[in-house]
Design a protein around this ligand. Structure first.
Ligand SMILES: Nc1ncnc2c1ncn2[C@@H]1O[C@H](COP(=O)(O)OP(=O)(O)O)[C@@H](O)[C@H]1O
Ligand SMILES: [Mg+2]
Length: 475
């Protein structure tokens, strides 16, 4: 019988709470969502912006939670013993995360941040490290003030490698997160204009990303992108923290450096020098951006004393995730249509990467390249310029037709030559009928925009139109 993740007694101690259950009561995990709660997990009632988790305590308990962590004023159903009372539930979650990190004495802990590529890099680390031991990674994109402590609290004590995504919208946030994670290795994937609305400049973003280094354990390492214009700036931060600097990229002098890269429409072949060891590997998802991320992954595997060859080999199993480059091929009667689903989010860096990847599609397979673009949000005053600059990327990728929606994409659309204009509409909803009418067999269609631009319905509209079962129907 494997040891349970927590006992009630350990939780009471860590969170400085009170509970009348026997202290040996087993807890299989920690959850903040009663809908996805697994048997014997502890449910933490967090107070959110819209809902108060205390409203869901009864549901969680009736679904088999071992206990619910609640605040003092919570009115319990009569005779309910399965409550662990604390002064502040968010603080209790932080305390559990801290305690979990403190007891993981033999775990190599890796933190991943950056303007783009955090989740993908975290997932790649998972598959790369798996051949070398037990890996624990953050779920989904759980990278904020509750996501990070929750991920920590769910780490088993016998974990060999703990990988945590850390994100931020404002200065100061990463500092708090990294002090919980206390990584041995911190990766900054890249620095790019994202959430510019909250920052004065991209330099200010770089400085905020460098906060991830503040929680490094003594002797820890910073894995930094040598191809990025802010590399020197980040390296200075690392030196100030007395961190070991390991750089990655294609630039001469990078410690993890690509020697040759062949970009294919479905995968890439890479030969790289990883801190002195040459490895050749295939990445199971297309695009130069994943090649860049893979160098950081392998640098981390090397520093973590994992089996580097096995890590490199495992990257063949790396696939783009839902909404982040996933390919959906639908076979209409007259031929196939391929959708590259990038609908989850967008910023200038990931937009460029997605357009470049669209440009890798061979003409023999799909005759026409179609880009469906929604606004990239949160770019502040630079927004219009950053949208219009995409003209160059559209040109470089030899995109045939652009469909666009959103205020800022209008500027880009109008800057395109007439032959490239598919259609424009204010909202993605209004664009849907124009798109389904315009797209046909033999097209490869890349759909991308910020989450707030609501591009996912366009993916579904195309799927419905070409009569493939929709994702919802499959699930
Ligand atoms: N290094 C990179 N440069 C540019 N775009 C990238 C990079 N890594 C990933 N992307 C793209 O960025 C988008 C978001 O990726 P994701 O891994 O979810 O990032 P995050 O977790 O930082 O939001 C995806 O479309 C992905 O293909
Ligand atoms: Mg993410």
């Amino acid at each position: 019988m494997p040891k349970s993740l927590w006992t009630v007694g350990e939780m009471v101690k860590a969170a400085r709470g009170k509970c009348s259950l026997p202290s040996g009561t087993k807890v299989s995990g920690v959850s903040i969502d009663s809908r996805s709660l697994a048997p014997d997990e502890a449910f933490i009632a967090l107070r959110g912006l819209n809902r108060d988790g205390h409203e869901f305590v009864e549901a969680a308990l009736s679904q088999g939670a071992s206990c619910a962590i609640v605040e003092q004023d919570f009115k319990a159903p009569r005779g309910e013993k399965r409550l662990l009372r604390v002064a502040d539930t968010l603080q209790a979650l932080n305390d559990l995360g801290t305690a979990s990190r403190a007891r993981a004495k033999d775990t190599v802990v890796i933190a991943v941040t950056g303007s783009v590529g955090k989740t993908g890099t975290k997932e790649a680390l998972k598959i790369a490290l798996m051949p070398s031991g037990l890996v624990h990674v953050s779920l989904k994109s759980h990278n904020n003030h509750w996501g990070v402590p929750l991920s920590l609290a769910n780490m088993r004590q016998d974990t060999n490698f703990g990988v945590f995504e850390a994100g931020m919208n404002h200065a100061g946030e990463l500092k708090a997160l990294t002090q919980l994670i206390r990584p041995h290795i911190a990766i900054i994937t890249t620095v790019a204009p994202v959430h510019l609305g909250f920052f004065r400049s991209v330099e200010a973003i770089a400085d905020a990303k460098a906060e991830i280094l503040e929680g490094l354990v003594p002797g820890g390492a910073a894995i930094l992108n040598r191809d990025n214009p802010y590399f020197e700036r980040l390296r200075r931060h690392a030196w100030q923290r007395k961190a070991k600097v390991v750089s990655f990229g294609e630039t001469q002098g990078a410690d993890a450096r690509s020697l040759s890269v062949e970009l294919g429409p479905e995968s890439s072949e890479v030969k790289a020098d990883i801190l002195g060891e040459t490895v050749s590997y295939r990445i199971g998802a297309p695009g130069i951006h994943f090649v860049q991320n893979s160098l950081a992954v392998l640098a981390a595997a090397n520093l973590a004393d994992a089996d580097l060859k096995a890590a490199a080999k495992a990257l063949a199993g790396w696939h783009a995730q839902t909404g982040r480059g996933e390919r959906i091929v639908i076979g209409g009667k007259g031929g196939r249509v391929a959708i590259i689903d990038e609908s989850y989010n967008a910023n200038p860096a990931s937009m460029r990467a997605a357009l470049a990847t669209l440009g890798l599609t061979p003409r023999e397979e799909y005759k026409r390249r179609v880009a469906v673009l929604g606004d990239m949000l949160e770019l502040g005053g630079l927004g219009p310029k950053l949208h219009q600059e995409l003209v160059e990327d559209i040109d470089a990728a030899d995109v045939d037709l652009v469909y666009a929606c959103g205020e800022m994409m209008r500027g880009l659309y109008e800057a395109l030559p007439a032959k490239r204009r598919g259609a424009y509409a204010k909202t993605s909803e209004q664009l849907a009928p124009l798109l389904t009418k315009g797209v046909g067999a033999g097209d490869v269609v890349m759909i991308k925009g910020s989450f707030g631009s609501r591009m996912a319905p366009l993916v579904e509209a195309l799927q419905r139109h070409f009569q493939a079962p929709s994702k919802a129907a499959q699930a």
